[in-house]
Design a protein around this ligand. Structure first.
Ligand SMILES: Cc1cc2nc3c(=O)[nH]c(=O)nc-3n(C[C@H](O)[C@H](O)[C@H](O)COP(=O)(O)OP(=O)(O)OC[C@H]3O[C@@H](n4cnc5c(N)ncnc54)[C@H](O)[C@@H]3O)c2cc1C
Length: 491
């Protein structure tokens, strides 16, 4: 607690500076300034080429969310940190051009005040556009829009020979479809074009608690096309809440709930408290609704980093009345900064104790995966997020996995500390096996124990390999498997 109290002002100032102040202090970004920044990046790559491509390239970004970062010492680090702003907003064409280092917190701060948003805002304020495109991004609008890259219209990429290439579904489509999931192993993203849309000031959230996974599955399937947000939380094997959210201008007579006060519970605890009787644990019988201001809704999981922080503190501290009122103000910490400042040994101990995994599987396999996760790990809550899985070229194999234009999949997020006396690696391997056998995919930011053979069964490497070859990436970037897999390695 004491380190937390001391760290908070530092984390707050850092966050305030990186997400807001620095943008106020410098000239407004523009296509021209962006071009100059890209030229600087190109210069670094051309220099590396001139020096004979002695080692591989990586970004000099050190504050990402991805848990197992590369040991960057043996790489030539390319400074991409300046590329972190909105380039232009075209309200006539309804598109936004942004740089990859722009984080969600700054994006919502800058966009919402002019009445615009993008179709998907992954929850944590520190997640960046580049990480969400080249890694993975998902949110409670994914049942409509798919994964983060599915909303993107165009990428600008600097390739290993220093060229700037623009790609979209019609222009250089191979590169466009190969970038998602490639984790920075094809080139450096320098801009991303995304559609914008008008939003309303509130999200009306209808809560549906249930003890039946069958009922939860029906609610998650989103048969009503007007639902803007769908999210589920499993608090136990037989304890679920599915939430349907709708953009609304005005709460009318409805109850407005603010998530901002420092003493507020973390979102998962708020939902559980709201939906189940505290004495019997039974679901409250009526459908309940409340209105949440839109920016607070977007970033609702930031305070407790889902429930990761609660689990780290043994589920006994974070949401207690005394902690919330006395110390609630110390949250949230800037996750990326905390990770960067933590001694490596402490970081690896925490990540060893703590599981952070996402498995995206066909909707019909939800029950089996929840049961398997229960038997192996017994970690709750689980995050349940329906995703439109589009039939597209690229690493996800979707065009061999699904026949129609899209299919509804569900992402099951397992975040926390297990109470089971089980070898975690063994448990994660069993979950990977389940995903593999059921057309599933695991997100690559977490722990990946797949063998190379299993990896290429889960991910279709053909387009990726073709693009790598064509762009001369082989001696420029590690292969994706090499970058993310922990198979036979410890890092
Ligand atoms: C605790 C936790 C909670 C999470 N919760 C969510 C969530 O709610 N929603 C969600 O969508 N995801 C979530 N994630 C996953 C997260 O979105 C991914 O890990 C994402 O890739 C991280 O983004 P980042 O901005 O931190 O990127 P980084 O970790 O910095 O980068 C991710 C990958 O993208 C590559 N990359 C970054 N910038 C560039 C660039 N300019 N050019 C080329 N490659 C680049 C990097 O090399 C890296 O391989 C969570 C992860 C953790 C650890």
């Amino acid at each position: 607690m004491i380190p937390g109290i001391l760290f908070k002002p530092f984390s707050y100032m850092y966050q305030f500076y990186t997400m807001k102040l620095k943008y106020l202090l410098r000239p407004k970004n523009s296509p021209k300034i962006h071009e100059q920044k890209v030229k600087k990046l190109q210069k670094q790559i051309l220099e590396w080429n001139r020096n004979g491509r002695k080692n591989k390239l990586c970004t000099a970004k050190s504050l990402g969310f991805t848990i197992r970062s590369l040991n960057k010492k043996s790489y030539t680090q390319i400074n991409v940190n300046e590329l972190d702003d909105i380039i232009e907003i075209d309200t006539t064409k309804k598109v936004l051009k942004v740089e990859p280092g722009l984080c969600m917190g700054t994006l919502t701060w800058k966009l919402l005040k002019d009445g615009w948003t993008i179709p998907m805002i992954p929850e944590f304020e520190v997640l960046t556009i580049g990480g969400l495109v080249a890694g993975t991004g998902i949110e409670s609008t994914s049942h409509k829009y798919g994964l983060f890259y599915d909303i993107c219209l165009e990428y600008e990429v600097v390739t290993p020979d220093g060229s700037v290439v623009t790609c979209s579904k019609d222009q250089n489509p191979d590169l466009f479809y190969a970038i998602p999931w490639s984790h920075g192993t094809l080139g450096f993203l320098t801009s991303v074009t995304i559609p914008i849309q008008r939003f309303k000031k509130f999200v009306k959230v209808d809560y549906f608690p249930t003890t039946s996974i069958e009922d939860a599955s029906v609610l998650l399937k989103a048969s009503n096309k007007n639902i803007d947000f769908i999210e589920g939380l499993a608090f136990g094997k037989n304890k679920f809440v599915v939430m349907h959210g709708y953009f609304e201008d005005n709460p009318g007579e409805g109850k407005v709930h603010s998530l901002d006060p420092w003493y507020e519970r973390c979102w998962d605890k708020h939902v559980e408290f709201h939906c189940f009787e505290s004495s019997s644990g039974k679901p409250n019988s009526q459908v309940m609704s409340e209105y949440i201001p839109v920016r607070q809704y977007y970033h609702r999981h930031t305070k407790g980093y889902f429930w990761a922080l609660d689990h780290l503190l043994g589920n006994k501290v974070l949401n207690t009345l005394w902690f919330r009122y006395l110390f609630g103000w110390i949250l949230p910490f800037n996750f990326a900064l905390t990770k960067a400042l933590m001694p490596a040994s402490l970081g690896s101990t925490i990540f060893k104790l703590h599981i952070l995994q996402d498995y995206m599987i066909p909707m019909d396999n939800l029950k089996d995966l929840v049961e398997l996760s229960h038997d192996l790990l017994d970690i709750y809550p689980l995050w349940l997020c329906p995703v439109k899985f589009f039939n597209k070229p690229g690493m996800t194999h979707s065009n061999s996995k699904i026949k129609a234009d899209f299919e509804l999949f569900i992402d099951v997020g397992i975040y926390g500390t297990t109470r089971k006396a089980i070898n975690e690696v063994k448990a994660l391997k069993m979950l990977e096996k389940f995903a593999l056998e059921n057309k599933g995919i695991q997100f690559l930011y977490g722990d990946v124990y797949l063998t190379r053979d299993e990896f290429s069964k889960m991910f279709d490497m053909s387009l990726y390999n073709k693009v790598r070859e064509k762009l001369g990436c082989t001696d420029a970037f590690p292969e994706i498997f090499e970058k993310v897999s922990r198979y036979n390695r410890d890092f």
